[in-house]
Design a binder for this molecule. Structure first.
Ligand SMILES: Nc1nc2c(ncn2[C@@H]2O[C@H](COP(=O)(O)OP(=O)(O)O)[C@@H](O)[C@H]2O)c(=O)[nH]1
Ligand SMILES: [Mg+2]
Length: 204
């Protein structure tokens, strides 16, 4: 192994991904490592993606019943934190509950010390709506790059993929980049890991 290979976020490092802690509004957030935030509506595939990134399904699922908390959950792989932010867009929830979810996201963005990038998941069969554009706006205000990850891309056949690729042109300027991803089939995972490396994961 060449010396530089040791610093990359390889399979071995990924398998050592771990849950760090859940934080609630008012808590002091970590400030020792760069961190990337993962956001998305309920059912966007966020937990599945995080599980596949850290090669440990159980710790992501058990860190909080999916979508049911307003906590901000920190995981670490290599030298970077992956921060699982509360879900949003729960049509069935009360206005008050949805307000709490939004407040937790706002609190995190106002208090994070080392945020270097965000990844917003959106089911590839949907188009970004008010909530997604609001998050894009928040990241732009904070001068942080926000990637839109079109999730569950394995559900699209070739024709549908081309249709979505055409549709992306309408909103791609709102995001740092737009990428297809499929945690189920591994599509788009390698470039994402590459990106995490470039953001600091490999220096831990
Ligand atoms: N086909 C497909 N389904 C997925 C993929 N990722 C997640 N799902 C499904 O989408 C649903 C929601 O996933 P989950 O990770 O719990 O979403 P979360 O609410 O954003 O955390 C579950 O039924 C998953 O099995 C994917 O890459 N491909
Ligand atoms: Mg979840």
């Amino acid at each position: 192994m060449k010396p530089q290979d040791k610093r990359t976020l390889d399979r071995e490092t990924l398998s050592k991904g771990k849950f760090i802690q859940s934080f609630a509004a008012g808590n002091q957030l970590p400030n020792d490592l760069p961190e990337v935030a993962f956001l998305g509506r309920s059912n966007s595939g966020k937990s599945t993606l995080l599980s596949s990134l850290i090669h440990n399904a159980s710790i992501v699922k058990t860190s909080g019943k999916p979508g049911s908390t307003t906590t901000v959950n920190y995981f670490q792989i290599g030298g970077i934190y992956l921060v699982d932010l509360p879900g949003y867009g729960y049509a069935k929830r009360s206005k008050n509950e949805r307000g709490q979810l939004q407040a937790a996201i706002d609190w995190y963005l106002a208090n994070t010390k080392n945020l270097v990038a965000g990844f917003l998941l959106l089911d590839c069969l949907r188009s970004p709506e008010e909530e997604e554009f609001k998050i894009a706006e928040l990241f732009a205000q904070n001068h942080k790059p926000l990637s839109l990850l079109l999730s569950k891309a394995d559900r699209l056949n070739q024709k549908e993929t081309s249709q979505v690729v055409r549709k992306i042109k309408e909103f791609e300027n709102k995001f740092f980049e737009v990428q297809f991803i499929s945690a189920a089939k591994g599509k788009g995972i390698a470039p994402l890991v590459e990106r995490l490396n470039s953001l600091g994961a490999s220096s831990g």
